[in-house]
Design a protein around this ligand. Sequence first.
Ligand SMILES: CC(C)(COP(=O)(O)OP(=O)(O)OC[C@H]1O[C@@H](n2cnc3c(N)ncnc32)[C@H](O)[C@@H]1OP(=O)(O)O)[C@@H](O)C(=O)NCCC(=O)NCCS
Length: 143
Amino acid sequence: MMITYAPMTIEAYDAVIGLWHGMPGIGLHVDEADSRHGIAAYLRRNPGMSVVAHDGARLVGAVLCGHDGRRGYLSHLAVYPAYRGRGIGREMMRRCLAALRSEGIAKCTILVYTDNTDGQAFWERHGWRQREDLRCMQTATGA
Ligand SMILES: CC(C)(COP(=O)(O)OP(=O)(O)OC[C@H]1O[C@@H](n2cnc3c(N)ncnc32)[C@H](O)[C@@H]1OP(=O)(O)O)[C@@H](O)C(=O)NCCC(=O)NCCS
């Protein structure tokens, strides 16, 4: 099997949503941040940083990557179950961190559901550490 990697473009939207939809560990908001419009805006703001993985023509993995000029963020890293354990998640993560590094971004943050122990194990395996001194808080802007 030959896996290829490429920057995510909006043309991949339907396939990427198909991957994320219903996948445990992925919090999808297709009526809001993850709408076609929302993802297109994200990709425009962070050109070339999000990654897709293909097996031939089939999309098998994806991740969103971007930064706010100060800190980097990865979201929705996912690989189809049949393709897991072959280094695809790690390679997409590696590419994202390289892209952030090349833009001078020194740190990257992810949000992981507290019940996603497999996801947490993946990040810990790769040197990511939970910030015990921080708690994530959020509010709606009204948009
Ligand atoms: C997390 C996820 C993207 C990992 O993708 P993957 O392609 O299977 O991961 P890789 O094959 O690249 O794994 C790389 C390494 O991490 C390890 N790893 C992968 N999943 C792991 C797990 N659940 N627990 C412990 N280690 C894990 C692998 O053993 C491998 O180790 P190695 O470097 O010694 O070979 C995939 O399991 C997934 O899609 N999960 C559901 C969505 C999700 O929870 N995403 C995270 C959101 S925060």
